[in-house]
Design a protein around this ligand. Structure first.
Ligand SMILES: *[C@@H]1O[C@H](CO)[C@@H](O)[C@H](O)[C@H]1NC(C)=O
Ligand SMILES: *[C@@H]1O[C@H](CO)[C@@H](O)[C@H](O)[C@H]1NC(C)=O
Length: 418
């Protein structure tokens, strides 16, 4: 049996050191929040206004507002970015009412707002709905046919983006909806070499309610006395009775290996102090679930808890602007049994540096969709991402009469009218 007791003593010491150091840093917090700069340079601060113009198609309300009226829970679930981005664009200075001068076209269609009684989004109607919306814009305006969508962007925050299925195997089998294969997809899903992540997509954070998180902030100098924190499922018996599919077994492995380890504060029970607990933790586990991403990443960043990413090949939000490798800890799914050793052997100064990067307000701002919008927030980072893709290259515009997309491809069920 592994003897963790000495490790435990070591951690108590480490927690003490970090508290002391963190206190020293907090005295000079402003000078000591570190700049964030990713592979695209220091771009979180960019202002997209003046760098792109977006035309918002006007669609009948059955594609957006009516759907929301039926189920207002769509405003608070983790896919809500599709709604807030629409609202944001309507009043944004990047919006143009003249489509002739637009760089990008946006179609406001709420494809994830179809929820089961217990609040899970069902993607089964999404392909038909999306197809119907594209049919409408392509027959009422000339801009779709000009590019077959290559200068159009769509918000598709579902588990596997525009593959529109929550089970990975089914999502892969479906692939990206054929009509969206030339468009820029703005989605929460991100995994390298995956059929549901197209080149040139923009990976965004999932929606987590900013006011609610704000309301749970505790004093920033509160000691971080929890070493590793996690709340959530380890098994999903209802949907994965045999085990092994859910989280590709990684969450089950966390539980089996560390349920009795005192350094690990892990459980399926969601306490009312969840947000406060994250502010008392050094590391917050962000393992994959059915999809590689979850709102835990956003919560960890907001609450200054170092995210421990367990999701092989994940592509994190705005990864061309945010140096996630410096901020988080990446643990391969197969290494979960060594999680204790991996985390306890990270040098204190490395932990402190990650905490300083997390303390950077631009970092937190980029993870949020606040109402009203604020500079440097996630809305602005999406626009920055779209602006960085300009000017469109020549392959964007088709020759007269040229057709690339196949309107009758895909499962027959998707071709039925919506
Ligand atoms: C765009 O092309 C489709 C056929 O591919 C056609 O039905 C439609 O009328 C065209 N739209 C416009 C505005 O010309
Ligand atoms: C479009 O897809 C359908 C269904 O897969 C296929 O039968 C048809 O041949 C395709 N059309 C073209 C022009 O490739």
């Amino acid at each position: 049996m592994r003897d963790w007791r000495w490790g435990f003593v070591g951690i108590l010491f480490l927690v003490f050191v970090i508290r002391t150091e963190a206190w020293k840093f907090s005295k000079a917090q402003h000078e000591h929040t570190e700049r964030i700069s990713g592979s695209a340079g220091d771009v979180l601060e960019d202002d997209p206004v003046g760098r792109l113009k977006v035309f918002v198609y006007e669609l009948p309300s059955k594609y957006n507002k009516k759907i929301l009226q039926k189920d207002p829970r769509c405003l608070t679930h983790m896919f809500a970015a599709e709604i807030y981005m629409h609202r944001f664009l309507l009043s944004s200075p990047v919006r143009t009412l003249n489509p002739e001068e637009a760089d990008w076209f946006y179609t406001p269609v709420y494809t994830t707002c179809d929820l089961t009684p217990n609040g899970l989004p069902l993607p089964f109607k999404s392909p038909r709905m999306m197809r119907s919306a594209i049919q409408l814009i392509s027959s009422n305006w000339p801009y779709w046919n000009r590019t077959e969508g290559a200068d159009h962007f769509f918000i598709v925050p579902h588990d596997f983006g525009a593959c529109f299925h929550y089970q990975e195997e089914k999502a892969i089998e479906r692939g990206i909806l054929p009509l969206l294969r030339r468009a820029t997809l703005v989605q929460t899903f991100g995994q390298r070499n995956h059929v549901c992540l197209k080149d040139g997509s923009i990976t965004i954070p999932p929606y987590a309610p900013p006011q609610k998180m704000q309301a749970h902030l505790i004093p920033p100098n509160t000691p971080r006395s929890i070493f590793v924190y996690f709340r959530g499922l380890f098994y999903d018996v209802g949907n994965d009775p045999e085990g092994g599919y859910y989280a590709r077994g990684a969450r089950a492995s966390v539980w089996e290996n560390f349920k009795d380890n005192p350094l690990f504060d892990i459980s399926t029970e969601h306490p009312t102090t969840y947000y406060e607990d994250m502010q008392r933790a050094i590391f917050c586990l962000c393992p994959l679930g059915w999809a590689p991403w979850s709102p835990r990443l956003v919560e960890a960043v907001i609450f200054g808890c170092i995210p421990v990413i367990i999701a092989d090949d994940i592509v994190l939000p705005f990864a061309d602007a945010i140096p996630w490798e410096d901020i988080g800890v990446f643990v391969a799914e197969k290494d979960v049994p060594n999680l204790d050793t991996i985390l306890t052997s990270i040098p204190t100064e490395v932990i402190l540096r990650k905490q300083r990067l997390l303390a950077n307000p631009s970092m937190k701002q980029a993870m949020l969709f606040p109402q009203p919008a604020q500079s440097r927030d996630a809305f602005h980072q999406i626009l920055n991402g779209l602006a960085r893709k300009l000017p469109h290259d020549r392959s964007t515009f088709l020759k007269p009469g040229e057709k690339i997309l196949n309107w009758t491809a895909g499962p027959v069920g998707d071709l039925k009218p919506w």
